[in-house]
Design a protein around this ligand. Structure first.
Ligand code: RB5
Length: 148
């Protein structure tokens, strides 16, 4: 399993800590940056990560900015991406099992490192439920086109 990671300047320290945590678990990660505190624009980092997840190069992605909000907005512009901004473990679990989310967005100003590790683990370890009603609802989400 390959997990894509990306962050802006507000999230790169937490992103790097998550990478180290996942490495300890023997999980391969792909780092899409940023890797410095220099101010940058979160959509520029969400975009390549989402392309890697949508193409299947990586199974799941984790995006970190200061709040997780801008990253989730940018990520959800991509077809095939279902990004969820979570700040506690139950949401991280249910967005995998109910929504088949494939990108977890975290806010480095919002969650501490240990909570972030726990959410990353839960997100990675929880499968989609494959329940009929959830398949139907996720299908409707995937088919939505608000411009039509
Ligand atoms: C950057 O200052 C901040 O706006 C960004 O990290 C993120 O929280 C946006 O949603």
């Amino acid at each position: 399993m390959k997990i894509a990671l990306a962050a802006d300047h507000g999230g790169y320290k937490l992103k790097d800590a998550i990478a180290a945590h996942l490495k300890e678990r023997g999980i391969e990660t792909v780092d899409f940056g940023t890797n410095t505190a220099d101010s940058c624009d979160y959509p520029d980092y969400a975009d390549p990560l989402c392309r890697a997840v949508a193409s299947g190069e990586c199974e799941l992605g984790i995006l970190v900015c200061s709040t997780g909000l801008g990253m989730s907005m940018a990520a959800n512009k991509h077809r095939g991406i279902r990004a969820a901004c979570c700040s506690e473990p139950i949401s991280a679990e249910l967005t995998r099992s109910h929504n088949d989310a494939n990108v977890l967005c975290l806010g480095a100003f919002i969650v501490g490192e240990q909570t972030a590790f726990r959410m990353a683990d839960i997100f990675i370890d929880t499968p989609f439920s494959n329940g009929e009603r959830h398949i139907r609802r996720v299908g409707k989400v995937n088919a939505l086109d608000g411009d039509k």
